[in-house]
Design a protein around this ligand. Structure first.
Ligand SMILES: [Zn+2]
Ligand SMILES: [Zn+2]
Length: 333
């Protein structure tokens, strides 16, 4: 006999749930996610630890120690996130002192979602914009989905909230405000909905092929998308790689790129910062680097390690999601 004290409240929908079940009967949410998964998402925010220099716990919202003034990192140098059908890994690489990338993954019912933001290193404190944008983006995606909004509207609400959060992160740095890229993916039973600004990317990967699904917001990205051959001199003009769009208080008017993909076969979605994509020789190269039998988090972690071995000249963030996210939905070959 079950007594009332055995009951648990679903962290996502609030319905009473049986603690002996893995998932909520009302909404399907994971009932045993750790406390840090409240709201059912995880991010690469660093755990709040005392200053390594002086031991003070008085760290201001911009990441400076109130005791000694040393800059702290608000984002984890290296971490992994795991929600089973979606997993992620980030690493600060070998050349940077801070991890200015941030990422977040979440799940609502059968829908999985992830966001990667890459702090622009020419801005101050790019990681503050990146972390604020990634967390606002994932939280707004889940809030909008919980509200019953369709995926495309949830994605637009999310990037709008992310833009506002990145902008708010810049209030104390008016001269060179923090800015970041943004790429989000929402995977439901039908397909993959992508929203992006900047040069972080999403790839669709099958066992032997890889396809980049996004177009970088740069002159080189747009030239490549138009099929202009690699030897064209326009690729070598000054600032050809400079970002044409970003999030932050000095960003141009928000005009996110969107794309919906309806895959005809199972596969993996890889969402990443240029710390990974910068080392890929081709889109298919990604397929050669992946062992699809491994878990999503394991794949993300091994891609991160690979980029480090290639030189790790930038921060690396990788999210890997399985499509479809539930095994029983895999169509027979
Ligand atoms: Zn629930
Ligand atoms: Zn200190």
């Amino acid at each position: 006999m079950t007594t009332k004290t055995d009951s648990l409240q679903c962290p996502v929908c609030g319905e009473p749930a049986d603690p002996s079940h893995l998932g909520c009967e009302a909404c399907g949410a994971d009932l045993h996610a750790p406390a840090s998964a409240a709201g059912h998402w995880l991010s690469s925010a660093a755990p709040e630890t005392p200053c390594a220099e002086c031991g003070s716990t008085n760290i201001d919202t911009h990441g400076y120690c109130g005791g000694c003034g040393k800059r702290q990192t608000r984002t984890s140098d290296r971490t992994e996130l795991d929600l089973s059908a979606i997993g992620a890994a980030t690493d600060f690489g070998k050349r940077h002192h801070y991890n200015q990338d941030a990422m977040a993954i979440g799940r609502y019912d059968d829908i999985i979602t992830g966001v990667v933001c890459d702090g622009v290193s020419s801005s101050t404190f790019g990681e503050l914009a990146a972390l604020a944008a990634a967390e606002a983006g994932i939280a707004e995606t889940l809030a909008a989905l919980t509200d019953g909004q369709p995926v495309d509207q949830a994605a637009l609400a999310a990037v709008t909230a992310a833009g506002q959060a990145a902008s708010d992160a810049g209030v104390r740095h008016p001269d060179n405000p923090p800015s970041c890229t943004y790429v989000s993916a929402i995977l439901d039973a039908r397909g993959i909905h992508l929203t992006w600004i900047g040069d972080s990317r999403a790839y669709w990967v099958t066992p032997d092929r890889g396809y980049c699904l996004t177009v970088d917001d740069s002159h080189t990205g747009r030239l490549a998308a138009m099929g202009v051959p690699a030897d064209d001199e326009r690729y070598r003009t000054p600032y050809a790689n400079a970002l044409l769009a970003w999030l932050g208080s000095d960003a141009p008017k928000l005009e996110p790129n969107t794309r919906t993909v309806l895959p005809e076969q199972p596969g993996l979605l890889v969402v990443c910062s240029d710390g990974l994509s910068g080392y890929l020789e081709s889109d298919d190269h990604l397929a050669q680097l992946i062992d699809e039998t491994a878990s999503c988090t394991r794949i993300a972690s091994s891609l991160t390690d690979w980029a480090r071995r290639c030189g790790g000249r930038d921060n690396i963030s990788v999210i890997v999601a399985r499509f479809p996210s539930t095994a029983q939905e895999v169509p027979s070959p």
